[in-house]
Design a protein around this ligand. Structure first.
Ligand code: NAD
Length: 304
């Protein structure tokens, strides 16, 4: 979107935010609401959703609450329909709902947990974008798609591979859609925070029954159980040491106003992407020196 007057471009427009009953989603709802946007909060947790709606109403935000399980495309269509009925147009979708999964060794991770993480964190983002995009295009005013990824999408995370895999997919989907939708003046961004103070480490509170274990995970030894308990405690401590959701929400608006596709909130994590880029660069050096494939460079130069 053109950013001539950042403070007014949001006024009177409408944002639909998934996973907005708490955490980062609710903070974004408050921030965009304070900029004059109509807000649709959507979440699987009905009690938390009702409470979030009250909080937004107390801030004089025009708000609609929609019950949504992001893994169900029909529910996404229903929330988009409700949005249009109430506010007429949709300008922004924030694919924020996400779950942390359950950390563990690869051979001990339950397939049902992987499916849960993939369905919420990856398919939920696809469904939200598919359901919203026709409406984002329809009015010709442009808009925004904000996909909440993570620093975990920038490099693999040992013992949390399902989470990291879905977040890397969200970064990749964002890069693809940003190009596809540019000509419709729809800005697509991936928000990649490190730790933020939320309840992400308690995600199983909202795990749907359809992800009940089919095959018991490989048994844990007493020592492994102890290690697991310790790692869960460490994850909680890291999340609690994170930045506030309010600060993150302000950072999102700042980055949108300067048209950023990747939105980083933790500049101190730059080394993570730097290390990955250096490893990839080194691997290309290796390929360039390989007797098997180095001729491909000469062939390419010759064809110019
Ligand atoms: N907190 C962090 O440190 C951190 C860091 C990087 C990225 N993130 C990402 O931020 C996003 C928001 O998470 P958060 O940290 O605010 O956690 P949170 O647990 O506080 O909030 C997540 C929200 O998503 C909702 N939700 C869960 N499953 C859902 C489903 N199937 N359908 C609809 N709603 C569902 C929950 O009810 C909750 O309101 C997630 O995508 C998460 O991966 C969080």
């Amino acid at each position: 979107m053109p950013q001539d007057n950042p403070s007014s471009i949001y006024q009177g427009k409408t944002s639909l935010i998934s996973g907005a009953a708490g955490g980062i989603g609710l903070a974004l709802a408050k921030e965009f609401g304070s900029l004059g946007m109509n807000i649709v909060i959507a979440d699987i947790d009905e009690a938390a959703l009702a409470d979030a709606k009250k909080q937004l109403e107390a801030l004089n935000v025009n708000v609609l609450a929609c019950k949504l399980d992001v893994t169900d495309y029909a529910q996404w269509e229903h929330c988009v329909e409700q949005t249009i009925t109430k506010f007429g147009k949709l300008h922004m979708v924030v694919n924020n709902a996400g779950v942390g999964g359950i950390p563990g060794k690869i051979e001990q991770t339950d397939h049902a947990i992987w499916r849960w993480v993939i369905d919420v964190n990856l398919m939920g983002v696809l469904y939200g974008t598919q359901a919203a995009t026709p409406e984002l295009k329809r009015h010709g005013e442009g808009g925004w798609i904000i996909n909440v990824a993570s620093m975990a999408g920038m490099m693999g995370v040992p013992y949390s591979s399902a989470y990291a895999a879905t977040k890397a997919a969200v970064v990749s989907m964002t890069e693809s859609w940003a190009v596809e939708l540019k000509r419709h003046n729809i800005q697509v961004s991936a928000l990649c925070p490190a730790f933020v103070q939320t309840r992400i480490h308690e995600s199983t509170r909202n795990k749907q029954d359809k992800y009940k274990s089919e095959k018991p995970a490989a048994p844990f030894s007493a020592q492994e159980k102890e290690r697991f308990k310790k790692s869960v405690g460490q994850a909680a401590a890291l999340v609690e040491s994170g930045i506030t959701t309010e600060l993150l929400a302000k950072r999102v608006v700042e980055a949108l106003n300067s048209d950023q596709m990747y939105i980083f909130s933790h500049p101190n994590y730059r080394g993570v992407t730097g290390y990955r880029a250096a490893m990839i660069d080194k691997a290309f050096d290796d390929a360039q020196q390989s007797d098997l494939v180095k001729h491909l460079i000469d062939d390419e130069i010759a064809s110019l």
